[in-house]
Design a protein around this ligand. Structure first.
Ligand code: GDP
Length: 459
């Protein structure tokens, strides 16, 4: 394989820039363009060390930048090949010039994701781990980052391997009974036992498949609209939520041009608040939205949080809101209980719509905990999943798992219909193949190409 080079830091000016090289010729190329301050033969520099010096033109020896170079010796590197990372000053021009010297001295420009692709092709990581890396880089929520990190550390691979092992051991039994039906020593695998084992495996796969839904929430956040008439306490609630999270708010473009969505975390649950433009300056903005607009926005929301002033009787606008949330995933908050409690929960209007009602005080933050619990239960999220990131977030993995489940269903059906055992074996084999493509054991070059093309340059 050739020796590749790329700028690994994001384009733009920054404190430092990193230019990476990987391949057999890495150090001989570096020899031509790097002059360490303390003269030393580059091939002799040991792995996991860093050297100070200058990058120069390979022929003219003109100095390009003052740098620190880290050394990684095969196989202990990201790609398992000899590698170096040149830490330069973080200017676009400097970085590009350094890359140019690498190319002049014999390196080839890396394709997007090529470093990670090599890590995969060289067997250091499997495909699902590589996908974990890209998902970690692209993660938009803390939980997604955590789930991706687990995946890159091999959580999913291990679970899939565990399931494959069970299937393989079944296959071994089945094949033995096909090959040596007359031998008594071969324990007979009964239909009932096979069905039981298949069901057990299927259950595990279904659990993984379902975790995708939680994973999706982690990935995208729960699209949430907070609705309430003026002075019900919407902005106070927002502020209370933000306080929980010490106001870490990231702004993302809304799906339509005139809305803005902001990701906030309520005790770790990512809520994507819709159209709360200028969340730090909530009062005006929320007021601007108004009940009517909020009702419109609620149409596409995953969750509506309807907030009512519990110190005053319900008004027309409140009743409109209650009607609107009737067919939605919604939570009712009765606010300002620190001031007064007129038990709005006992009104006919509230009782009729069967939505969870929580009494809160946005002012003292009482009740926020229950709101959190309620969201968890509404979305069937479990705290352990959220915390551990033990979920799948990648649609390719979900699809493969679904295929494997369908194959196992076919196998079970074949058993039920007393089909010959080879037919059952074929279905089980198919499910094994579907599962191995998650870790990349039998995927086509096209799929590999597609996965790595989504990576950024230099990764
Ligand atoms: P919005 O118009 O729905 O955004 O409502 P605000 O959050 O601006 O609140 C309206 C008024 O109610 C403000 O004067 C708040 O201080 C007050 N308020 C909001 N939440 C509470 C609460 O939990 N307790 C009390 N006592 N007052 C509150």
């Amino acid at each position: 394989m050739s020796t590749i080079a790329a700028i690994s830091t994001a384009p733009g000016n920054g404190g430092i820039g990193i230019i990476r090289m990987s391949g057999k010729e890495c150090f001989s190329i570096l020899e031509k363009i790097f002059i360490p301050k303390q003269k030393q033969n580059i091939e002799e520099i040991s792995g996991y060390t860093m050297k100070y010096g200058w990058i120069v033109h390979p022929k003219t020896k003109e100095v390009i930048d003052e740098v620190l170079v880290s050394f990684f010796k095969s196989p202990k590197s990201y790609t398992t090949e000899d590698m170096c990372e040149i830490n330069s000053h973080g200017g676009m021009v400097v970085e590009e010039q350094i890359l140019e010297q690498c190319l002049l001295a014999g390196a080839e420009l890396a394709e997007p994701g090529e470093f990670t692709k090599r890590a995969f092709l060289n067997g250091r990581i499997d495909l699902s781990q590589a996908e974990g890396i890209i998902d970690l880089i692209n993660a938009k929520t803390k939980q997604e980052a955590k789930a991706s990190l687990n995946q890159l550390q091999g959580m999913l691979s291990q679970r899939i391997q565990g399931i494959r092992k069970q299937l393989l051991s079944m296959m071994a039994d089945i094949e033995a009974s096909i090959d040596y039906p007359e031998y008594d020593e071969v324990p007979e695998i009964t239909n009932q036992k096979m069905t039981e084992e298949l069901e057990k495996i299927e259950e595990e796969l279904i659990k993984l498949e379902k975790s995708f839904d939680s994973g999706k929430i982690l990935k995208e956040g729960i699209k949430t609209v907070i609705i309430g008439k003026p002075n019900a306490g919407k902005s106070s609630l927002l502020n209370a939520i933000l306080k929980e999270e010490r106001a870490i708010v990231s702004r993302i473009e809304g799906t339509t041009r005139d809305t803005i969505e902001e990701m906030v975390h309520l005790k770790g649950i990512p809520l994507k608040l819709i159209d709360t433009a200028g969340i730090r300056n909530t009062k005006d903005e929320i007021e601007k939205i108004g009940v009517e607009k909020a009702i419109q926005l609620s149409e596409n929301a995953d969750l509506v949080i309807a907030i009512f002033d519990n110190t005053k009787p319900l008004e027309e606008e409140d009743k409109r809101i209650l009607e609107m949330i009737e067919n939605k995933k919604a939570i009712i908050l009765l606010n300002k209980i620190d001031e007064k409690d007129i038990h709005l929960e006992n009104t006919d209007e509230m009782q009729q719509i069967h939505k969870p009602i929580i009494k809160i005080s946005a002012k003292t933050q009482e009740g926020l905990e229950q709101l959190y619990e309620q969201i968890l239960s509404l979305f069937q999220l479990n705290e352990i999943e959220l915390d551990s990131g033990d979920v799948i977030t990648n649609i390719r993995h979900k699809n493969q798992i679904r295929k494997a489940i369908d194959d196992l269903e076919n196998a079970k059906q074949a058993i039920k219909e007393n089909m010959p055992v080879d037919i059952i074996a074929v279905a089980i084999k198919q499910s094994l193949e579907d599962l191995s493509s998650i870790t990349g054991e039998n995927v086509s070059e096209d799929i590999i190409q597609e996965i790595f093309s989504k990576f950024c340059l230099g990764k």
